[in-house]
Design a protein around this ligand. Structure first.
Ligand code: SF4
Length: 416
């Protein structure tokens, strides 16, 4: 099987987690080792020469994008803001482990394929030189243990960096069972590393992936990364910077609560300085031990994302959140709006005097609009909603919670 056929076969069965995607697709599924399951199978053809991807025919742009998607190439936003076509693929879809939610679990009947490191590196470079892919997101099923698999992932990136002189974006998975020196080496080669915790704690993980060890195999590598970032100079990292880190959780398969998920997420953001936690709603997959379970409510995933951003960018803590008695967030209301209803209706924020952290608590004010307000205040008073709109502030939700020069803006209390 040639390399393009292998890429298509891998993309045909699964795609990697949303990670750097420009926008989250409407229905990402569960994510084993960073892999998402697709609803259906793409049609594959035995012919997909690179020249097809380059042909300047009418509608060639959408045709090119469709063909890129067939190979597992997605348009992705880099940490610096630039958007590039990112090849998201695996060294192998074979795996010796048996995670309950995973399409690649050992013993499941489907066609598997494997790349050798030099083959993967060369095949990616063919796509890169043809202008079809500009970055690589690389994961793998596990064969002969996590450390042996991690060696192959590292070999691949070393070949890319050293033999092919590739200086572009690489997001590399850290395998369960990887060793500290491997993690350190990966940090010297990749722009981003990720370790998928899948579950918020060891008890829940045992119900999802009984052969994975929560603390030793999953949390520990993230701790190593942060220790290394803190103790060693950044010039040792790729391009003089240490890689950023992300993780992902499967949501709704094993009874975990939002409180459990967000407690772990808060720890990851505050102590291990991850860049982002991803949440993937559980969807049952045929021929897996969880196939009888119902899919989880997608609104829950959305609320978890909103809340995790409140931790990361808005200074919120776990105790600020409006958990119900079941340990979950209400699905019907934005968590920041719920907090404001409980805390700001009687104590509105004076936008001409509030500190940045207070501004960030107001619905409709994000990091950018908080900066705009602080800058504008140096020039003069903010007197009405038009002043805010001129700064690009969304005023729809903030009216009940603010004062402008001592006065509440005109508003009707919405029927929340
Ligand atoms: S270890 Fe194997 S079975 Fe488990 S999530 Fe990763 S690929 Fe799937």
């Amino acid at each position: 099987m040639d390399a393009l056929a292998k890429f298509k076969l891998l993309a045909d069965n699964a795609e990697l987690e949303p990670a750097e995607e420009v926008s989250l697709r409407p229905a990402p599924h569960i994510a084993p080792c960073g892999i998402e399951i697709r609803d259906g199978r793409l049609e594959t053809s035995s012919q997909s020469p690179i020249s097809n991807l380059q042909s300047p025919v009418p509608n060639s742009q959408s045709s090119k994008r469709n063909k890129q998607a067939e190979l597992g190439i997605h348009h992705a936003k880099m940490p610096g803001g630039k958007t590039i076509p990112l090849l998201k693929t695996l060294l192998t879809s074979a795996c010796e482990r048996n995670c309950f939610y995973c399409p690649f679990r050992a013993g499941r009947d489907f066609r598997r394929t494997t790349f050798q490191p030099d083959e993967m590196a060369k095949s990616f470079m063919d796509l890169y030189r043809a202008g079809i892919a500009e970055g690589l997101f690389l994961s793998s099923g596990i064969i002969k243990g996590g450390a042996a698999t991690q060696d192959k992932l590292i070999d691949t990136v070393e070949i890319l960096r050293q033999k092919h002189q590739f200086r572009g974006y690489v997001h590399l998975k850290v395998m369960p069972g990887a060793e500290r020196p491997q993690v350190e080496r990966a940090m010297q080669l990749a722009n981003r590393l990720s370790v998928n915790l899948e579950a918020p704690n060891d008890k829940r993980l045992a119900l999802l992936a009984p052969k994975k060890h929560f603390l030793e195999e999953l949390v520990r590598p993230l701790q190593w990364i942060e220790e290394i970032r803190q103790s060693q100079p950044a010039h040792l990292g790729w391009n003089g910077r240490w890689p950023s880190t992300t993780t992902q959780f499967v949501v709704g398969a094993v009874g975990e609560t939002d409180l459990e998920l967000l407690s772990t997420t808060e720890y990851l953001y505050q102590k291990l300085r991850i860049s982002r936690a991803y949440f993937s709603s559980f969807r049952p997959l045929p021929d897996t031990p969880l196939e009888h379970l119902p899919p989880s409510d997608r609104r829950r995933e959305h609320r978890l994302y909103q809340t995790s951003f409140l931790f990361r960018d808005y200074g919120f803590d776990l105790e600020d959140l409006p958990f119900t008695s079941t340990g979950n967030l209400p699905l019907e209301i934005d968590p920041k709006l719920a907090w404001a209803q409980q805390n700001l209706l009687e104590n509105p924020v004076e936008l001409n005097r509030a500190a940045r952290q207070e501004l960030l608590r107001v619905p409709g004010i994000g990091p950018q609009s908080a900066s705009a307000i602080l800058n504008a205040r140096r020039i003069g008073l903010l007197r009405d909603l038009d002043d805010l709109r001129d700064l690009g502030v969304q005023t729809k939700n903030l009216k009940p919670f603010v004062l402008l020069d001592g006065r509440r803006p005109n508003f009707q209390l919405p029927l929340w």
